[in-house]
Design a protein around this ligand. Structure first.
Ligand code: GRG
Length: 308
């Protein structure tokens, strides 16, 4: 699929009201998260305040949105996939809290607010991350599954995406690569695990919640993998092109930490082209849905064009 087709698709997408779509689904996800999590007054209150502080700090909710949109593309409703949508957001938020710690990226600013450890101290921030990771699996364990997918299949999906072969593997490789010159191939290894794995699992969990067919699951996997990689390439680009205010986190961190990123390894223009190519591949993966995946397409388009 060429760039012209991509532009045509983008034009077609303008008839879809993404803003209204996103607002309704984020509201449902936030309400469900609020119900799944222990209340702020549950003892010890500090840990529940810390968990909720980062979870409700204003993230884009891309993983839950992709999860819900995937379920809908497979003919499912939002209610059935909410436990999966909330679980992926809890894993994501845990990873951000831990990534921001002084022992890792040592960041002061996230989602437009001081980072968890800046507000609650390092010990509580470590525990808030741990508690959100555990909470994710408690939430997902409440999922009823679907005809083709038993609840434990969904739990396994999230465990694999967050474990030492995927999310953690990406973070370890990222830490070990600091200050070193990386090949584009090694950088891709990191990005596939650090970012793409959880986005891909989010989409797959949505499909599984909606009892997707094997062909639909394969299409969603292809979509999720490519959109996940595009997401990280764009994140790398935004780190050098946007301000801290617009990102809600410290801009220029990758350069300061001498981290290998797409722009530093292949250059800014080639990075932009790579993000477009990956997004085109994601669009192409949706062909089997024959027009029932408008929300997924619109989200992929938004991710490509986003400025935060
Ligand atoms: C297991 C500690 C640990 C880390 C895993 C996810 C991760 C690796 C580190 C977090 C920092 C980082 C740059 C991750 C790459 C994925 C990414 C771009 C995260 C930011 O996601 P957004 O933009 O954030 O969706 P919001 O705040 O909008 O939810």
């Amino acid at each position: 699929m060429g760039l012209k087709t991509l532009r045509d698709r983008n034009r077609k997408d303008t008839s879809f009201d993404l803003k209204a779509y996103v607002e309704r689904r984020i509201a449902a996800v936030n309400e469900a998260l609020d119900e799944f999590l222990p209340s702020v007054s549950a003892k010890p209150a500090t840990i529940h305040k810390a968990m909720r502080y980062s979870l409700f700090a204003g993230g884009k909710r891309m993983r839950p949105l992709l999860c819900v949109a995937a379920a809908e593309a497979c003919g499912g409703g939002m209610a059935a996939c909410l436990p999966a949508a909330c679980a992926v957001e809890c894993v994501h938020t845990y990873s951000l809290i831990h990534d921001d710690l002084p022992a890792m990226d040592n960041d002061d600013f996230r989602r437009g607010k001081p980072t968890n450890h800046k507000v609650f101290g390092e010990g509580i921030a470590v525990l808030a991350g741990d508690a959100l990771l555990t909470q994710a699996f408690e939430i997902l364990a409440s999922h009823e599954g679907s005809k083709r997918f038993a609840p434990q299949t969904l739990v396994l999906e999230l465990a694999r995406a967050s474990g030492s072969l995927q999310l953690i593997a990406g973070q370890v490789a990222d830490l070990e690569a600091e200050g070193k010159a990386l090949s584009a191939r090694s950088l891709r290894f990191i990005h596939e695990r650090k970012t793409s794995a959880l986005l891909c699992a989010s989409v797959r969990l949505g499909g599984m919640s909606a009892n997707c067919t094997p062909a639909q699951l394969a299409a969603l996997t292809d979509f999720g993998f490519n959109v996940g990689l595009a997401f990280q390439v764009i994140d790398d680009i935004l780190d050098v092109t946007q301000s801290s205010e617009s990102l809600g986190k410290t801009a220029g961190k990758d350069v300061a930490a001498r981290k290998a990123t797409y722009p530093s390894v292949v250059g800014l223009e080639k990075s932009k082209k790579t993000a477009r190519t990956l997004t085109e591949k994601a669009y192409a993966a949706l062909e089997p849905f024959k027009g029932r995946s408008v929300a997924l397409e619109a989200l992929a388009h938004y991710l490509l064009e986003r400025d935060r």
